[in-house]
Ligand binder design. Structure first.
Ligand code: SF4
Length: 65
């Protein structure tokens, strides 16, 4: 699984960080998503899928298995 994020679309809702804190963080200044791990830790894969589905800005894209 490979993750890409579109920081230009991100609306800083923080949902992804709540779901998968080992994979996503938020910028200290504007709250937009910061990708910590382009390949998520094994234990966070399902949470990352949830983040993709629930991101209000559709700013998270997944590719690969
Ligand atoms: S859930 Fe989407 S809009 Fe919210 S911080 Fe994460 S990437 Fe940005």
């Amino acid at each position: 699984m490979q993750i890409t994020v579109d920081t230009g679309s991100c609306v800083a809702s923080g949902q992804c960080v709540l779901l998968a804190p080992g994979t996503f963080d938020q910028d200290e200044d504007d709250g937009t998503v910061v990708l910590l791990a382009p390949e998520p830790p094994e234990g966070e894969r399902e949470a990352v899928r949830q983040a993709e589905l629930t991101c209000p800005a559709a700013a998270i894209r997944l590719s690969g298995a």
